[in-house]
Design a protein around this ligand. Structure first.
Ligand SMILES: N[C@H](CCC[C@H](N)C(=O)O)C(=O)O
Length: 276
């Protein structure tokens, strides 16, 4: 079959977005890997599938697959691009959209100039919910990675994140430490690894080695996780500009039991169809 798709990105984190309301396609992991392949397929960090709602109190359901073919719970940049996609494709004329994901219901608000605001839900710190193998919940943890003791924060934004503070993201050894943290046995579901440089109480630089995709130009849930960790450590205030290699996001968190709010850009790059 030929599958219609739209290629999008949010701050350089790129997606193949597929409308499964007007076309039928039951993807296997190998189909996702082919769609995501930058040589034999279209190429992307994640594949997003847009589906009809499965309950009356949401407008859509959307599913998220990493380039390695694994389905995951949440994707911040993907949520923004999803909202832009359903609006551009006239699947809705709403500017406040409720969408069911594997991590729960997200509320998305279309802002001006292609920007979208997302209520990303509340961070979760309990180790067994991240999941993280740890004796007890802590502000930060210590991890032996390749003989080095690393201090990191860990939390879930629906998906698991480990965050390390570094002096300089430019100098951080993301290529080596990223996969070691992603696949460390203390993370039974693997993890996204964030490397955060504190610029000021309201600004950070961040690089993220993503679970199932490698280092990406931006990670929305990673930006949320890094800001939440920085606020809990007393390094950051409640509204932070996050500078990522592919662009910047604004993250707000008013503290425990409060949702994390993310605002950022979206871009629709091209449409096409692929034989699959
Ligand atoms: N790699 C992530 C999913 C995509 C998250 C990221 N692209 C974002 O914008 O949040 C995971 O395996 O949990």
């Amino acid at each position: 079959m030929f599958l219609k798709f739209t290629k999008m990105h949010g701050a350089g984190n790129d997606f193949v977005v597929i409308d499964l309301i007007s076309q039928r396609f039951r993807p296997r992991a190998r189909d996702i890997r082919l769609l995501a392949d930058r040589h034999f397929g279209i190429g992307c960090d994640q594949v997003l599938l847009v589906e009809p709602p499965d309950s009356p109190d949401v407008d859509f359901r959307y599913r998220i697959f990493n380039a390695d073919g694994e389905e995951v719970e949440n994707c911040g940049n993907g949520a923004r691009c999803f909202a832009r996609f359903v609006h551009d494709q006239r699947l809705t004329n709403k500017r406040i959209i409720r969408v069911q994901t594997a991590a729960g219901v997200l509320e998305l608000r279309l802002r001006d100039q292609g920007r979208v605001e997302v209520d990303m839900g509340r961070p979760v710190f309990a180790p067994d919910a991240i999941p993280l193998r740890a004796a007890q919940q802590a502000l930060h943890y210590s991890l032996d990675v390749a003989g080095r003791q690393l201090e990191f924060g860990a939390l879930s934004m629906g998906n698991p994140h480990a965050i390390l503070r570094v002096d300089s993201v430019a100098q951080a050894d993301v290529a080596t430490l990223g996969p070691l943290i992603e696949n460390h046995p203390c993370f039974p579901a693997r993890a996204n690894a964030g490397f955060m440089e504190i610029v000021s109480g309201q600004e950070i630089r961040l690089r993220v080695f993503e679970r199932g995709a490698g280092e990406t130009l931006a990670c929305g849930t990673g930006a949320c996780a890094a800001v939440v960790y920085g606020i809990t450590r007393g390094w950051l205030r409640d509204t932070v500009t996050v500078h990522l290699p592919g662009g910047k996001l604004e993250i707000r968190w008013a503290g425990l039991e409060q949702p994390v709010i993310m605002i950022g850009p979206t871009a629709s790059v091209f449409e096409g169809s692929m034989k699959i």
